[in-house]
Design a protein around this ligand. Structure first.
Ligand SMILES: NC(=O)c1ccc[n+]([C@@H]2O[C@H](COP(=O)([O-])OP(=O)(O)OC[C@H]3O[C@@H](n4cnc5c(N)ncnc54)[C@H](OP(=O)(O)O)[C@@H]3O)[C@@H](O)[C@H]2O)c1
Length: 358
């Protein structure tokens, strides 16, 4: 596989690479990359044939969008690139101030029509373009009716301001309801989901992935390395390491638990067998999972980007996939339990019946 092994994103005509360039690290900040490093990451991704670039209005306070827009302009690549950005988080007050109830503008966040129009205008300005290829609702706000979200985003598609839209970080039922409303009304609906998904984050398998399959939505994993955890650079005895998850950091230390250390050991064994880096094998696993359309990669250094792209060269054997699947299997919950092999056999007279898309 390579970055030019293009596929459509969900049931749409949007043609994308199997790895998308995440640019959350572009711009200032302790875990970010300065302009020169960001440019080298962008150029290397493009040189490898990648066409799918993901940013958000909130990343580095808008600097990520500005840098992405600048690199696209400098390289004259607007027509070739699938440019994705997001709305939803509120940039008018710091997260800390907001949790203390102070100060921000309630119309500068969420999924209401007023904010979507405001956010899009700002993103287009920072990106220096007049349309977005894929506009993401970054996070569901819990209050805006799904009907309003579909109407607002569908109108923007018809107005030519965005080509497609997708949902990130939402309950599965929100995506299913939006897709159903859209198909019943014959209007544009969401084509993709952006979700945390990796060897150490598989809980979306029970509800979100079946919804994506049913509604024809492509799935884009974010943090496929668990924020760097799956590169193997942290260890149980000493998590200080050097990277995003070291010491006090806004991402917390939620990845450092016994279940994840055990997964890491299986990943290490498979990577050693293949003589590849653990990060590469973790990405190859995510890309190979059912329903995964394009996996987001993030890098704070150019060398990381090169090794992440090299994941496309790995073909895991069925036995290696099985070991990784077993080691990282999420607990069987109510929804996933309903489709367990034992139940299926009970319902179909002892036969194992495979459903469409499974
Ligand atoms: N929709 C959402 O809510 C959401 C949330 C998060 C991210 N995203 C998107 O997904 C993209 C990727 O997410 P992510 O950055 O969290 O992905 P990730 O792959 O889990 O983590 C990337 C980080 O891991 C470290 N790393 C990457 N490759 C490495 C390697 N080969 N060896 C060692 N360390 C390595 C780097 O951090 P250090 O060098 O600092 O260790 C890098 O910044 C983002 O850019 C963004 O576009 C979306």
């Amino acid at each position: 596989m390579s970055l030019t092994d293009f596929r459509t994103l969900g049931r749409s005509g949007l043609v994308v690479s199997p790895l998308a360039l995440g640019t959350m690290t572009f711009g200032p900040g302790p875990f970010g990359a300065d302009e020169a490093t960001s440019r080298s990451i962008f150029d290397a991704y493009r040189a490898a044939g990648g066409n799918f670039v993901d940013t958000a209005d909130i990343y580095s306070g808008g600097a990520s969008e500005e840098l992405v827009g600048q690199f696209i302009r400098e390289t004259g690549s607007r027509d070739e690139i699938v440019l994705a950005t997001k709305f939803g988080f509120n940039g008018s007050a710091s997260p800390l101030a907001a949790t203390q109830g102070s100060g921000g503008n309630p119309h500068a966040g969420g999924a209401g029509a007023k904010n979507i129009h405001r956010a899009l205008q700002q993103s287009l300005r920072r990106l220096g373009t007049d349309y977005i290829d894929l506009y993401w609702m970054h996070i569901w706000d819990g209050v805006t009716p799904v009907e309003e979200i579909v109407q607002t985003l569908g109108d923007l598609v018809r107005a030519g301001k965005i080509r497609y839209f997708g949902f990130s970080d939402m309950p599965a039922w929100v995506a299913m309801k939006a897709a159903t409303i859209a198909s019943e009304r014959h209007v544009p609906g969401p084509i993709a989901m952006q979700l945390e998904y990796s060897l150490v984050a598989r809980d979306v398998e029970s509800e979100h992935l079946p919804v994506a399959r049913e509604a024809g939505m492509g799935v884009m994993p974010w943090s496929p390395l668990g924020g760097g955890f799956l590169s193997g650079k942290y260890n149980k005895a000493d998590t200080s390491g050097s990277g995003r998850l070291s010491g006090p950091n806004p991402f917390g230390n939620s990845k450092f638990n016994d279940a994840n250390w055990a997964i890491l050991e299986v990943l290490r064994a498979v990577a050693t067998e293949l003589d590849r880096l653990m990060a590469e094998v973790a990405l190859a696993w995510a890309m190979d999972r059912p329903g995964i359309a394009s996996t987001l990669i993030g890098a704070s250094k150019l060398s990381q980007l090169h090794s992440n792209i090299a994941a496309t060269e790995i073909a895991l054997s069925a036995a290696q996939m099985e070991r990784l699947n077993t080691a990282s299997a999420p607990p069987v919950g109510f929804s996933s339990g309903l489709t367990a092999p034992g139940i299926r056999a009970m319902l179909f007279g002892g036969h194992s019946v495979t459903g469409w898309g499974e």
